[in-house]
Ligand binder design. Structure first.
Ligand code: GLY
Ligand code: MN
Ligand code: MN
Length: 447
């Protein structure tokens, strides 16, 4: 049987991720990372399985109900153990193949593998005499499990067994590692972006007045899958007209109307890595005057922010640049009246640009990593080579906003690209999603 050629990280990258975590561990310690479990959709059917992303980053292993243990001895020697579900012919006939313990060692380069049912025997043994335990504080159920293992160890204290005294949150360590992408991760994210760009092109080509939003969503999913990305990175937003003013609109069940815009926020997930792209275009293929004016303003704001990205830049500084530019733009178009500096200091733009300028992107669409927000909620973290982020300015004028002339109402626009920070500047990963008015109108006219 020939398997589809789906890109993934090489095994050596997952080993590197583990080594990087182990380097942060103190001697004589243990770290424990659970995989995700399947989630019931209804009765006996499950949602498509999505692995715990920290666990995936450290293993590349994509089965549910597994557990990774990393241990570091007193002399700094490391050991990795992967607990997995057993080989089970009956289960495999009904549900699918499992790797099993032998292949887990071979294919995932861990030192040992045991059946998952061994955890309650083996983990208390591993914990004995260790000084520190690392696990994610984010998951209350798993914390309860760790405390139950610790209690088992402690119950043997009269026999001289030492219980770890120090519990350490592993989440910030993994999050910092995940924030800086390697060349191989960047290559996957480039590919996820390329596939998503093809899907956005297809959506523009297939869009017609009278179709339904979900029909355009189907075109996106079709194009993702055609190129090996089976799942979207998040529920696709396909929002015609005033629906674009609902930021996380996913109902996708309205008809597409003439003279309205269609906002599509959709990205493919490839080997766990997300693309997150938004394009907004006219349903009938031609922007009207007001739509074009607001669209050009958002597009110019996006490009202004992107062109300022380099090591040392911050989201806080990009926000200052973008907010000033959009404020001046709305003054010029007559949606704002008054004094520029007053509008700026009153943060008036937040009435129409109602979300953040961007976020980290990676294995999660809203990826992990500290933004170093200060007490004014400004994100002051200096960008570094290997960080990937979205830049996604938008303007949203709801249909019922009586403070602006009627011609502007019901227009919602967001344009979103994915950007990697390089040594000296940036790389825009979003290269094949049409974005200028001319590109969009030409593509739609020739479809
Ligand atoms: N697709 C969600 C976002 O843009 O943040
Ligand atoms: Mn985004
Ligand atoms: Mn998005």
């Amino acid at each position: 049987m020939t398997k589809a050629q789906i890109s993934t990280l090489p095994l050596s990258d997952f080993t590197k991720h583990r080594t990087a975590f182990i380097e942060k561990m103190v001697n004589n310690s243990i770290a424990i990372f659970p995989a995700a479990s399947e989630v019931t959709r209804s009765n006996d059917t499950e949602f498509a399985f999505c692995q715990n992303k920290h666990f995936y980053y450290l293993t590349g292993f994509n089965e549910p109900d597994a557990l990774l243990v990393l241990m570091k001895t007193n002399d700094g020697t490391a050991q990795s153990v992967l607990f997995t579900l057993p080989k089970d012919p009956l289960h495999e006939i009904w549900q699918g193949r499992r790797i099993g313990q032998l292949k887990a060692v071979e294919d995932y380069a861990v030192d040992k593998s045991f059946e998952i049912k061994e955890i309650d025997t083996l983990i208390p043994q591993y914990l004995e005499g260790k000084s520190q335990v690392y696990f994610g504080f984010n998951d209350p159920d798993f914390s309860t499990q760790v405390f139950s293992w610790l209690k088992q160890v402690k119950s043997r204290s009269r026999q001289g067994v030492k219980t770890p005294q120090c519990l350490f949150d592993s989440d910030p360590i993994v999050e910092e590692l995940r924030l800086i992408k390697s060349e191989n991760e960047l290559a996957l994210m480039r590919q996820a972006n390329h596939i998503s760009g093809l899907a956005h092109q297809r959506a523009m080509q297939k869009c017609q007045v009278g179709k339904f939003e979900y029909q355009i969503e189907a075109e996106l999913l079709h194009e993702f899958s055609r190129h090996g990305a089976r799942y979207p990175a998040y529920a696709s937003i396909v929002a015609g007209g005033d629906n674009a003013n609902i930021l996380h609109y996913t109902a996708n069940n309205d008809a597409l109307n003439n003279n309205e815009l269609l906002l599509i926020d959709a990205g493919a997930e490839l080997s766990g890595y997300a693309a997150d792209i938004t394009r907004t275009f006219p349903i009938n293929g031609k922007f009207n005057k007001e739509q074009a004016a607001l669209y050009q303003l958002v597009l110019d704001a996006k490009n202004l922010a992107i062109n300022a990205i380099k090591p040392g830049m911050t989201f806080a500084e990009l926000n200052v640049i973008t907010n000033a530019f959009l404020t001046q733009g709305l003054l010029d178009l007559g949606l704002f009246t008054g004094d520029f500096n007053e509008l700026l200091s009153d943060k008036k733009i937040k009435q129409y640009f109602i979300h953040g300028l961007g976020h980290w992107l990676g294995l999660d669409v809203h990826d992990v990593g500290d933004y170093q927000s200060n007490d004014k909620r400004e994100q002051t973290r200096a960008f570094e080579k290997g960080m990937v982020m979205t830049i996604e300015p938008g303007l949203y004028i709801p249909l019922d906003d009586l403070s602006v002339a009627e011609k502007w109402r019901g227009i919602g626009i967001r344009i979103e690209d994915n950007i990697a920070v390089t040594d000296t500047g940036f790389e825009n990963l979003t290269v094949n999603s049409p974005q200028t008015i001319e590109e969009i109108e030409t593509l739609m006219a020739t479809s």
